[in-house]
Design a protein around this ligand. Sequence first.
Ligand code: GLV
Length: 350
Amino acid sequence: VDHESLEAAAREVMSPAAYHYVAGGSDDEITVAENTAAWRRVRLLPHVLNDVSTVSHAATLLGADMTAPVLVAPMATQRLAHDEGEKAMARGAARAGTVMVVSTMATATLEDIAAAAPGGTLWFQFYVHRDRGLSEDLVRRAEAAGYEAVVLTVDVPVLSNRRREAEHHFQLPDGMTVANLDTSLESVEGSGLAEYTNAAFDPGLTPDDIGWIKSIVDLPVVVKGVLRADDAVRATDAGADAVIVSNHGGRQMDGAIASADALPAVVEAVGGNVPVLVDGGIRGGNDVFKALALGASAVLVGRPLYWALAAGGEDGVAGYLEEIHTELARAMALCGVADLSEIDSSLIAS
Ligand code: GLV
């Protein structure tokens, strides 16, 4: 995928504030850069003389069938990219046969997004608010609307320092709201998102909150934002059905390890028990292949899909995902594996 052209095309149609909100990260953006660099550092040890006349990358994860193990990462406020926002993203994901993780901070209600893509599979990304009544209501609504998993984000006890957001006084334009929460993220002086988050999100999450969610809804809980093996064990001991190795796309603790570099230890600790997913810096099918070889069950793609949505709406999203699938199939053939089950760590040159 020509990621740079895609980002440039998106930048042309987005406001500077919206563009910098998505492109940016925290503090010096060390981790943003590291995420992509880390995948590029991984070296492969391909097989030859294996029959790859037919290559299959179909996958099943927590009951969801997918064309390939590449999900749409949760991303806030997608109407900043395109009028149809999350609805177009959901339709594009459904067309490409994959799961979209819908953000709590979406610019359409979770019910409207579900109604926009009836054939698709949606998971609900959940930010626990200090107001536990409101929080309970959110996950109940997601279950009622047919969402098939709760993705609990655990790496935002406070919002990081994001210079680009503050500089552009990030807030939503007139007529746009975080629909589930009925706020426009109005900025008093810096980033409206930081002001909202720091007032509203619960900084007191512990592993017990996994059980709390399971006491409210009958859905698998995926814990997103884990970088350490010990935390992955705490999460799965508390009932997590999957974990996502993530540093929030370099948007939270700057200087945190790249997700590619954090992945192997988490896989080693809990990969035998639950699926381990990874996001951050994945830009094409070769990166997906490397993640699977390092032990991930699936990956999530973020910013590139935001750019694809901005530049091409639903078609852009479906087209990007289909291109990644083609690239993954090609990487599999070039590495001598015909099926996802044959991808293992022996393909990594260490
Ligand atoms: C929201 O989760 C963000 O990273 O901006």
